[in-house]
Design a protein around this ligand. Sequence first.
Ligand code: PMP
Length: 307
Amino acid sequence: MVQKSETIWFDGKQVAWDDANVHVLTHTLHYGLGVFEGIRAYKCVDGTSAVFRLREHVERLFASARILRMEIPYTVDQLVDAVVETLQRNKLDEGYIRPLSFVGAGAMGVNPGSNPIQTIIATWPWGAYLGEEALEAGIRVKTSSFQRHHVNAMMTKAKAVGNYVNSILAKTEALADGYDEGLMLDTAGFVSEATGENIFIVRGGVIKTTPLTSILDGITRNSLMTLAGDLGYTVVEQQFTRDELYVADEAFFCGTAAEVTPIREVDRRVIGAGKAGPVTKHLQTEYFKLVKGENPKYAHWLHQYSL
Ligand code: PMP
C-alpha cells in the first residue's frame, strides 16, 4: 500500500489525498493515453533536501506529451514549483514524486478530441523499489517472453501510461515464475530494458548499455554514464544480445525507483560472482553520494528545498 500524504496537487490546487478522484469515464482509464514521471527526493548531508534532476524529469514529461500530441496546460517552471510545493506541504524531506497528465472525461471513443488534459502530482515516502536487500545482494532476472515495443508500434521515448501494459506483462510473468524482474528484448532480439529500468553490463572493465533505440531515455542511465565517465571508466552504448549478458562480469539495472540494483542471475545462469561486482558497487556508492549532496561536482543536478 502507498503511504498516504496529506495532499495531492491536482490541476493547480492542493487537494486532500482522499478527495483526489476522477470520473469513471476518464478517457485515459479506457484508452491509456497519458504521460507520467517518477522522481525522487533525497535528504542531503547538510540537512536540506534535494529533488534529483527535477527539471529534466519535468522536461521529459512535456516531451512525452509532445510525442503523444497532448497539450499540458502548464509551463515546466510551474510544474517544477508545484513539485516542491507538494513535498513541502506533505512535510516530505525525502520520497517519491509522481506527476501524471491524463485525458479527462468528456467525449468517449478513441479520439481524445477536446477532453481536458488534467495533471496531478502525488508524493509519498518510498524506500528501495526492489527491496533493500536487492541493493546489496542483487536480483534474479528472467528474459521475458514479451518483447519490448517495436519503435513504430508504441512510442518508447514517451513515458506513456499505455506503454506499461507491456511492462506489467513482463513483470507479472517474471514474478509468477519466481524471479524478481523481467528483462525484455527488442523486436530484433537485442537486449532492450526491464519493466521500469535500463540495463548496464560490465565486461573486461568496459561498461556497456543499450543505445537509445527501443528504450526510455532514462535519467538515471544518463547520470550513471556521466558519473562512470568522470570516474575514469570506458562507457559504450552498443546493442548486445542476451548471451553477452550471460557472460558479463557484472550487470545492473538502474532507474529512479530501482536506483542501482545489481543483477546476480539471469535465466538461471549466475552472472559473474553471483553478487554485486566491484564496478557496480562503486557506481552504486557514488550514485547514492551524489543524490544526497555529497559530491559538489553534481550540485547542478540537485533541486534543493527545505521544509
Ligand atoms: N525504462 C523504463 C521502461 C522505465 O519505466 C524507467 C523508469 N522511469 C526507466 C527505464 C528508467 O528511467 P529513469 O532513470 O529516468 O527513472
